[in-house]
Write a protein that binds this ligand. Structure first.
Ligand code: NDP
Length: 323
């Protein structure tokens, strides 16, 4: 066991942690956290507890009012990368720091999903899937990856990693972010003024932006129309970044060749939504990447110990900015 881990195991943090998530495995997280810090008391939100003893919350989308009784809260650990659901909550005191998960394995899982989706289009797999259903040997000559232009909107922890993986596969990759990024092998663009250029050059567009006041509804019909005819659209970020009605129509009228959608304006996607039944759309239920307790627990414990002792935290998000 590394020295850093051994020294942490001896520390007794102040207070207790309460956990809330409808998706994540409480036992797995409790075990992973206590492996790094056996003295940490980890409670589930469904247990009876004294709110005054709770110094840390680890949660994904806790219900409205959840934070109100927690008067001694020192740290909120968001059980994921996106913090859009926390913005504007009135029960979360503004002085409580919020951290996100920053987990290399989460980034790897996301990069795997993006790579799969891009390769599927770049290698014409939907064409072969449809030909197979018709029993047709429909040869389509493969293109060299460097001839395929992919753009990634959002070059953060997950987006930047995905862009690098795409570059490693030989695609011609461009990226777009708020401030100027500098990633080897990727043509990086910054700011709203360059968005139309990025869209105009993208045969495959991958959306990896956080949902913020500045990005909500960013991909309007007009901007989607900037994509070259037949372009493919992949959204693994948040559904409300995009005008979903316009997206659906552009997929129906052939301006867009296809879409891989992991996120939607409304989740679960309503049963009567046309996207479910469209041949050129692949729907997955918001799982492109998830937090992995065994790999993410160490950084969470480091932050808990830092909050306990008043030291500096890592991976703090700025809720006023939205990411
Ligand atoms: P980060 O917060 O690390 O990075 C955000 C990126 O978006 C940065 O490059 C940032 O630019 C850029 N950005 C933010 N605002 C703007 C803007 N107004 N204009 C242009 N660029 C902007 O995000 P991650 O890469 O970690 O994650 C991205 C999103 O993926 C998350 O917010 C979450 O919503 C989603 N997600 C989805 C999952 C799923 O399973 N489908 C799982 C996990 C996350 P700059 O660097 O200049 O600030």
């Amino acid at each position: 066991m590394p020295d850093s881990l051994l020294s942490k195991r001896a520390v007794v943090p102040s207070g207790a942690l309460v956990f809330y998530s409808d998706f994540d495995d409480f036992s797995a997280w409790k075990n992973a956290l206590q492996l790094h810090c056996p003295q940490l008391e980890v409670l589930h939100s469904s247990e009876a507890y004294d709110p005054a003893r709770i110094h840390y919350v680890m949660a994904w989308k806790p219900p409205e009012g959840f934070f109100a009784p927690l008067k001694n809260l020192r740290l909120f650990i968001n059980l994921g990368a996106g913090v859009d659901s926390l913005v504007g909550r009135e029960d979360l005191p503004p002085d409580v720091p919020v951290t996100r998960l920053s987990d290399p394995q989460m980034a790897r899982m996301m990069a795997g999903y993006v790579l799969f989706s891009v390769l599927r289009y770049a290698r014409d797999i939907p064409h072969f899937e449809q030909a197979q259903r018709r029993g047709q040997w429909s040869y389509k000559h493969p293109r060299s990856p460097e001839d395929v232009r992919v753009a990634v909107l959002g070059l953060g922890e997950l987006g930047g990693r995905a862009a690098q993986e795409l570059h490693r596969q030989g695609f011609t990759v461009s990226g777009w972010s708020r401030s100027q990024a500098n990633i080897e092998g990727i043509q990086c663009f910054a700011g709203l003024g360059t968005l139309d250029t990025v869209l105009g050059g993208a045969e495959i567009l991958v959306v990896m932006l956080p949902l913020t006041p500045a990005t909500r509804g960013l991909l309007t019909r007009e901007r989607l129309m900037r994509l070259p005819r037949g372009a493919f659209f992949i959204n693994v970020a948040r559904g409300t970044l995009v005008d979903q009605t316009a997206l659906t129509e552009l997929l129906q009228n052939g301006h867009l060749g296809g879409a891989t959608l992991d996120v939607f304006e409304r989740e679960p996607l309503p049963a009567d939504d046309p996207l479910w039944r469209m041949e050129n759309v692949l729907v997955t239920p918001h799982l492109a990447s998830v937090a992995i307790p065994t790999s993410a627990a160490e950084q969470v414990v480091e932050n808990i110990l830092a909050a306990s002792s008043g030291a500096a935290l890592k991976h703090v998000v700025d809720l006023s900015r939205g990411y």
